[in-house]
Design a protein around this ligand. Structure first.
Ligand code: SAH
Length: 219
């Protein structure tokens, strides 16, 4: 069903060029580069777009959503693990499942929440085809986090709220790191939040453009 090896524009060589580009863009962590090298991004987009899968752009995945740009996926992952690999990661906004697969290469347990059911189902099929078994999926509004398995040492949010949802702050373990875009519809600032006891230190990383964080379940 999935072309896991890839031919032509989706081949290993094309992927290697993406890795070279990420290095030029400043991505250094070998765990991140290896995860991006090992993950076939072309199976996370529709077949008609697979020849563009290794370009450094976001691409449509249906339902008004996009698969994140490779640079942003790499950058957020690198910032998440900078002070050590978290053993439990909560991801909000599974989307295509590409970022989920990258995290699953690096961290022992991934919990991923998505509010659009068909996107979650497709992501699950891809993850199964790649035989990744350390991921749990939940169909829900990620504004509630996933309290049953919390607290988490790492949280990565792939959609932009106007403000950080409280439940996510509450589900951070002491010392945990969260990467989250915060702001308006088109432009947001990527923030890294580190929990120290009951204090939350916020660092602004760079301007980014994510789809909005919506409340409630979608279709
Ligand atoms: N990392 C994903 C990004 C997908 S786009 C990828 O590369 O494919 C962001 C995703 O967040 C969308 O699928 C959208 O449906 C989802 N999303 C937005 N608000 C959400 C919320 N409140 N809870 C869960 N998922 C949400």
């Amino acid at each position: 069903m999935f072309d896991l090896v890839g031919i032509g524009m989706t081949s290993r060589r094309t992927r290697e060029r993406m890795i070279d580009r990420l290095k030029q863009q400043g991505i250094k962590n070998p765990l991140v580069l290896e995860a991006m090298r090992a993950t076939p991004r072309h199976i996370f987009v529709e077949e008609a777009l697979s020849s563009r899968a290794y370009e450094d752009t976001a691409l449509p995945i249906g339902y008004g959503q996009t698969i994140s740009q490779p640079y942003i996926v790499a950058k957020m992952t690198e910032l998440l693990i900078e002070s050590g690999v978290p053993d439990k990661v909560l991801e909000i906004g599974t989307g295509s499942g590409y970022q989920t697969a990258i995290l699953s290469h690096i961290a022992p347990r991934i919990f991923s929440v998505e509010r659009i059911l068909p996107l979650q189902q497709q992501a699950k099929e891809r993850i199964q085809a790649l035989k990744m078994r350390n991921i749990s999926f939940k169909y829900s509004d990620g504004g509630w986090g996933w309290p049953e398995y919390g607290p988490y040492n790492g949280i990565l949010v792939a959609a932009a709220p106007a403000e950080i949802p409280h439940a996510l702050l509450e589900q951070m373990a002491d010392g945990a790191v969260m990467l989250i875009p915060v702001g308006g519809d088109r432009l947001q600032s990527l923030q890294r939040v580190v929990r120290k006891g009951n204090e939350f230190e916020v660092e602004l990383i760079e301007n980014v453009s994510f789809v909005p964080f919506l409340s409630g379940r979608g279709q």
